[in-house]
Design a protein around this ligand. Structure first.
Ligand code: AVJ
Length: 340
């Protein structure tokens, strides 16, 4: 009935609001102040991220796409062999790069089931439209889920082998122990013979790496056009709109830092002076005045950068065996194929 639809929509919206309120309250009353990166991806933030992926400084997306283009057939051959495959993607977004792999899959079998899983309903619907329009033979079954907090289910039509995709350096948002937990959880859905394709950004310096300096890495997270700055600040726009906070956007600066000990880029929003921002009372939380000292930051994102040893150290405890690693000529980015 229409009534049932309205109420399930309302429940969903309420659940998202509650999660946003919870994250804002716990993160902003902590010391140091933090916000979780999934808060970036409202409609405006998802759009800004799409813009980031085509920036000249942001080499990640185009480098990974080139690796897919060069090795798609090899990847599908290794993942499928004589059996059909189904592709399931964690954090699929709009799935712009996945098309290359799906096109390779439909060259090998008449029909391919593609299962994109993402928190953003608008993104997976866009993925479905693009893929079904452009790649005949692919059937898209989107799943709207937070793969960190909610169980996922992967379908296996006609005993197909699963090729799970966790690409785009999405895993880089998580600390090493969380990353292993995510991979273990995924491994629990897979059977022996299934595969994982993992996309990771590579660390600067080091013997594995000729082509990446800390400066070029920082530029990828602090671009000349200010798109990444807008993406970072958008989280404050979102909190102002959804929770009624009164962040003054002109009083927080975008900062990107390289943390060599943790091997990660950190994004922060830095208070330009002393100021107080109010977080209004929520259902279960009182109104809180948040005081910022000059130069104090909200830590909004970690983006881990890997060495080959770090990639192996993440896959092994999750019970995946590395079968192939593909890197570009400059060793900017790695795509690792592993078997369950
Ligand atoms: C979507 C997590 C892979 O870490 O490079 C881009 C997000 N943040 N610019 C990344 C992001 C700033 C991106 N990931």
């Amino acid at each position: 009935t229409p009534g049932a639809n309205v109420s399930s929509f309302t429940q969903e919206v309420t659940a998202v609001n509650a999660a946003v309120a919870h994250e804002a309250y716990t993160g902003l009353t902590a010391s140091p102040k933090t916000l979780t990166p999934w808060l970036f991806y409202d409609e405006a933030g998802s759009h800004l991220f799409e813009q980031i992926t085509v920036l000249p400084e942001y080499y990640l997306t185009r480098t990974e796409r080139a690796l897919f283009a060069a090795h798609a057939d090899e990847i599908l051959e290794a993942a499928g062999g004589v059996q059909p495959v189904t592709l399931a993607e964690l954090g699929a977004g709009t799935a712009t790069k996945t098309g290359i792999l799906l096109a390779a899959a439909v060259r090998r079998q008449a029909s391919v089931l593609y299962q994109p899983i993402d928190v953003s309903e608008t993104s997976v619907e866009e993925a479905r439209e693009n893929i079904e329009r452009n790649i005949p033979g692919v059937v898209v079954e989107p799943q709207v889920a937070n793969y960190i907090t909610e169980p996922i289910r992967i379908e296996r039509p006609h005993d197909a082998r699963v090729l799970a995709l966790y690409i785009g350096s999405s895993i880089g948002n998580f600390a090493p122990d969380e990353a292993v937990a995510i991979l273990r959880n995924l491994r629990g859905q897979l059977q022996v013979g299934d595969s994982l394709l993992l996309g990771t950004d590579l660390a600067p310096g080091g013997t594995h790496n000729g082509g990446k300096s800390v400066a070029s890495l920082l530029a990828a997270y602090d671009d000349a056009q200010g798109v990444t700055a807008a993406f970072n600040r958008n989280v404050l726009v979102r909190l102002n709109r959804e929770l009624g906070t009164n962040f003054d956007l002109d009083r927080f600066r975008h900062r990107a830092r390289w943390n060599p000990l943790a091997s990660r880029i950190e994004m922060h929003l830095e208070s330009v002076g002393p100021q107080t921002v109010t977080l209004p009372a929520g259902a279960e939380t009182p109104a809180v005045p948040m005081r910022f000292a000059a130069g104090e930051t909200i830590h909004t994102e970690n983006s881990y950068k890997f060495t080959p040893a770090m990639i192996a150290a993440m896959l092994k405890p999750a019970c995946f065996a590395t079968s192939r690693t593909f890197m570009d000529a400059q060793n900017l980015f790695a795509v690792t194929l592993a078997t369950a």
